[in-house]
Write a protein that binds this ligand. Structure first.
Ligand code: SAH
Ligand code: SF4
Ligand code: F3S
Length: 462
């Protein structure tokens, strides 16, 4: 962190002190939409609020402060926010709660205009580059009673030292880089998160070492394009492969995940590290988006169908126990039946363990939104259903392969549906349900898989 950013955090700490005297035992509710980066941001928002003296509640109706951390990756994410805002308005009418909106959606001018015009009851709006200023925004609102609008359109700085309240005490999210430079033509992220910037390796390692000391066992390194991470030479860390090796050295951390890598940047040195470092998860996310080279070019993904298949083959050859997950968009402008068949073909060839499927959604300001040949909604939905059918068939077949195998499982907690059983995950991120007493929570245990149930496997301790 540079001197200026350091000062900025000092200033916020002063606001936290002032607010502590005003906020006493008040309650906050936070709703996080979108991806793990937003989840990690929400942990920082919670950290600041709890430092001020707010207590977290799970019911919006009980809150004096309501925070929505928003996402705009697809239209349905935005629709969700408006729906929830209606609910928040009722709570405000009842107990005069403060409403604060933040996150990616707030970085879009047309959204701010709409909110100011049609939702004037929103008290605070802050963006992705001003998250650390929540204490100041809150203080200004409380003292002046004037609405606060704190959104800036810059590439963003990196602020270290923001308090953090994590949602789990075993698994931790650690952002290693912010922003994105790839400008995939369908995607809003580069416009709302700014340009790529990497955290200092020293700060990342200090954070993870601290987590290990607190008893965290699993960490997930986060960024929109983690494999374009750039280090400045601290402990010889210059790139993502170097960073992974350094994280693997940290005692106490037993599982390392990272999301998302970009296939175009999946260099051999990263594959070698995955091979060498057994702590690294054996499920790799390789976002394909489309299997058609023509569509991939229109998407600006910078790889072809063949290059993607070859990359998956190369990784599998070097690290045979690895499996893959992916993201697919159906119905990108210009996608023909033949292009869609190409996607199905790659799905069959690579045999992904998990497929996150999305229907293309037009995003204001992105190049794809202006493309001709937008696909009819009906065709998009039909293709989505066909894709889903194939994916579910493969899922069942892949699940069967686990039956009879012995897996190392990190036990996460009590099952939601049956309080007498525990759940955990394999190194390939499969949910496993097992009968065992609570003393195993947080431990890694050997489990034999006995049956498969589509979304989970059942296992017995050995
Ligand atoms: N940086 C990550 C993705 C972040 S967004 C990566 O490159 O993998 C998560 C996923 O949302 C993307 O992988 C893509 O599949 C999907 N997505 C992004 N923009 C979309 C849009 N306009 N419509 C539908 N899905 C979209
Ligand atoms: Fe979006 Fe592409 Fe960047 Fe991922 S890599 S965040 S899909 S622009
Ligand atoms: Fe959504 Fe922003 Fe993540 S748009 S997917 S919350 S980076």
């Amino acid at each position: 962190m540079n001197i200026l950013e350091n000062e900025e955090i000092e200033i916020q700490n002063e606001y936290i002190k002032k607010l502590k005297e005003i906020i006493n035992g008040q309650k906050y509710y936070i709703l996080t939409m979108g991806c793990t980066l937003n989840e990690n941001d929400s942990e920082k928002i919670s950290g600041m609020l709890e430092e001020i003296g707010y207590q977290k509640v799970e019911e919006m109706q009980e809150a004096n402060l309501i925070v929505f951390n928003t996402c705009c990756i697809r239209e349905n994410a935005e629709d969700k926010m408006y729906g929830k805002l209606g609910e928040a308005k009722k709570v405000k009418e009842k107990n005069n709660a403060i409403i604060a909106l933040c996150g990616c959606m707030m970085q879009q001018k047309h959204i701010i205009e709409k909110l100011n015009k049609s939702y004037p009851f929103v008290d605070i709006i802050f963006g992705t580059h001003t998250l650390h200023k929540l204490p100041e925004d809150l203080y200004k609102l409380i003292i002046t009673k004037n609405k606060v609008r704190d959104v800036i359109d810059i590439d963003g700085e990196i602020y270290e030292g923001i308090p953090i309240k994590r949602t789990s005490n075993k698994k931790a999210l650690v952002t290693i880089m912010y922003g994105c430079n790839n400008f995939c033509t369908y995607c809003i992220v580069p416009y709302v998160r700014g340009r790529e910037r990497s955290r200092k390796a020293e700060d990342i390692l200090n954070e993870i070492e601290g987590l290990a000391k607190e008893g965290y066992k699993e960490i997930t390194l986060l960024g929109q394009n983690v494999n374009s991470y750039k280090g400045s030479g601290y402990k010889e860390i210059y790139n993502f492969a170097d960073l992974l090796r350094a994280v693997n050295e940290i005692d106490g951390i037993e599982i390392i995940n990272f999301i998302s890598p970009h296939p175009k940047d999946f260099t051999d040195d990263v594959i070698d590290v995955i091979k060498d470092c057994k702590k690294i998860s054996r499920i790799l996310h390789l976002p394909l988006q489309s299997g058609s080279s023509k569509i991939l070019k229109l998407m600006n993904r910078k790889y072809t169908k063949e290059q993607f298949i070859n990359l998956a083959k190369k990784i599998k050859q070097k690290v045979p126990d690895v499996v893959f997950s992916t993201d697919i968009i159906v119905g990108f402008p210009g996608e023909t039946e033949e292009d869609f068949e190409d996607t199905l073909d790659v799905i069959r060839t690579v045999n992904f363990e998990q497929v996150f499927m999305f229907i293309y959604s037009k995003r204001v300001g992105t190049p794809a939104a202006k493309m001709e040949n937008q696909i009819d909604e009906k065709i998009k939905h039909e293709r989505f259903e066909r894709l889903k059918e194939l994916v579910e068939k493969q899922l069942e077949e892949n699940n069967k392969k686990y039956i009879g195998t012995t897996q190392d499982i990190l036990v996460e907690g009590v099952s939601k549906n049956n309080k007498n059983t525990l759940t955990g995950r394999t190194k390939t991120n499969k949910i496993v349900v097992l009968d065992a007493d609570n003393s195993y929570i947080g431990k890694i245990v050997k489990v034999k898989i006995v049956s498969e149930h589509m979304w989970y496997l059942k296992g017995e301790m050995v």
